[in-house]
Ligand binder design. Structure first.
Ligand code: KIV
Length: 266
């Protein structure tokens, strides 16, 4: 964790790697989760396109739109004062050329107030990362399991092509990415990539040897309603707490126990 009084920057992420200090990133999509993540002292808050699945109940991240990412990114950016806020570039904007990608990331930066963007891609998107970085926009790469390519990859599965993974991660870093997310990559491969890159790797389902870790908040706090990946550790059971609270309130209303005297105005 860096100085709690000032904003985490790309320089802090680079210093964390140099000092071998693990960095933390968690998703948030709204005001309360943004505030909670920031208060917990995480380094980065990711407004992921996972919002489409976690919040909107879609079966993949593909339906997330630029306007939706900007809507959620703006709310989270106002809620977070210390962590670096990173907003995902939604599909397929990184595949439509450098100009479209820079225009879209420019909108994200201007309209949300975030500090960085993230995009999924292979070595084929290196020119796009370079263009965004050249525009002065901090950009994170995302390689391995790329959920936006779920149909091409044949499902949400471990990615094992070592040469491909290494080439994709190195291409992102060489193009100017300030960090590279490694998703569902064997831990030995993640360790090798982490050693070879000068920028931090942030892993999800990639084992303990990355420079940092990222999780989807709703998985971490036990609020996800869909399938939770095996690599997740749930630190709370918020779904049960909310369900219990709602059921108790309903029973109290039905048995005239709510509202009580102290809960009645006038
Ligand atoms: O959209 C997202 O939440 C992500 C994380 C899984 C890294 O990209």
């Amino acid at each position: 964790m860096t100085d709690p009084a000032r904003r985490v920057t790309v320089l802090d992420l680079a210093a964390a790697k140099r000092d071998r200090r693990p960095c933390t990133m968690v998703t948030a999509y709204d005001w309360p989760t943004g505030q909670l993540a920031d208060a917990a002292g995480v380094d980065c808050v990711l407004v992921g396109d996972s919002v489409a699945m976690v919040v909107a109940g879609r079966s993949s991240t593909i339906p997330a739109t630029l306007d939706q990412m900007i809507y959620h990114g703006e709310i989270v950016s106002r809620a977070v004062s210390r962590a670096m806020v990173v907003v995902d570039l939604p599909f397929p904007l990184q595949h439509l050329g450098v100009r479209t990608a820079v225009e879209s990331c420019g909108r994200i930066l201007k309209e949300t107030g975030c500090q960085a963007v993230k995009l999924e891609g292979t070595a084929g998107q290196a020119d796009v990362i370079a263009g965004i970085a050249a525009a002065g926009i901090p950009v994170m790469g995302h390689v391995g399991l790329r959920p936006q390519a779920v149909h091409q990859l044949g499902g949400y599965r471990m990615q094992r092509d070592i040469d491909r993974l290494t080439a994709d991660a190195e291409a992102a870093a060489h193009a100017g990415a300030c960090a590279v997310i490694l998703e569902c990559v064997p831990q030995e491969v993640a360790a090798t990539i982490t050693r070879s890159l000068t920028v931090p790797t942030i892993g999800i389902g990639a084992g303990p040897h990355c420079d940092g870790q990222v999780l989807v908040m709703h998985d971490l706090i036990g609020l996800s309603t869909g399938r939770v990946p095996r690599f997740v550790r749930a630190y709370a059971d918020v779904k049960t707490s909310i369900g219990d609270a709602l059921a108790r309130w309903r029973q109290d209303v039905e048995h005239y126990r709510f509202p009580g005297p102290g809960e009645t105005l006038g």
